[in-house]
Write a protein that binds this ligand. Structure first.
Ligand code: ZN
Length: 133
């Protein structure tokens, strides 16, 4: 439907939060820790899309491994979908490798699933669907 957010891996979210606040000239609207993922996140709203800053909270976190290998920078692009199960099924049938075949809970009130970057030209793609309460 649209680019929901772009995820940026950072070493120190407090510091990056200040930096991006100056860059965007607005504050993050939300900071949230996702314990299951070992990340602290911070979200900035920019028009229709968001920027998500991610800092690892433990060395086994995917973000810690990413920063070890590649350093700080763009980590993933998240696309909003209407029906995440249907998209997972459609993309699997098209031959894409999914990291998650079953959606899981992500930050910012979302159900999410990642595609394997090997099947998407090296881009880590996140599908996300807003949880309607
Ligand atoms: Zn994300």
């Amino acid at each position: 439907m649209k680019i929901e957010h772009i995820g940026i891996a950072v070493k120190d979210i407090e510091q990056s939060d200040k930096l991006f606040k100056i860059l965007f000239n607005k504050s993050a609207y939300k900071m949230e820790e996702v314990e299951s993922e070992g990340v602290k996140t911070s979200f900035f709203m920019l028009g229709e899309s968001k920027i998500e800053l991610l800092q690892a909270t433990n060395p086994n976190s995917a973000i810690a491994k990413f920063i070890d290998k590649k350093g700080e920078g763009i980590h993933h692009i998240a696309f909003e979908v209407e029906d995440i199960e249907a998209e997972i099924e459609r993309l699997s049938k098209e031959g894409f490798k999914l990291i998650h075949n079953i959606p899981k809970l992500g930050a910012d009130n979302k159900r999410i699933a990642f595609l394997h970057p090997k099947s998407t030209n090296g881009v880590l793609v996140e599908l996300c669907q807003e949880i309607v309460q």
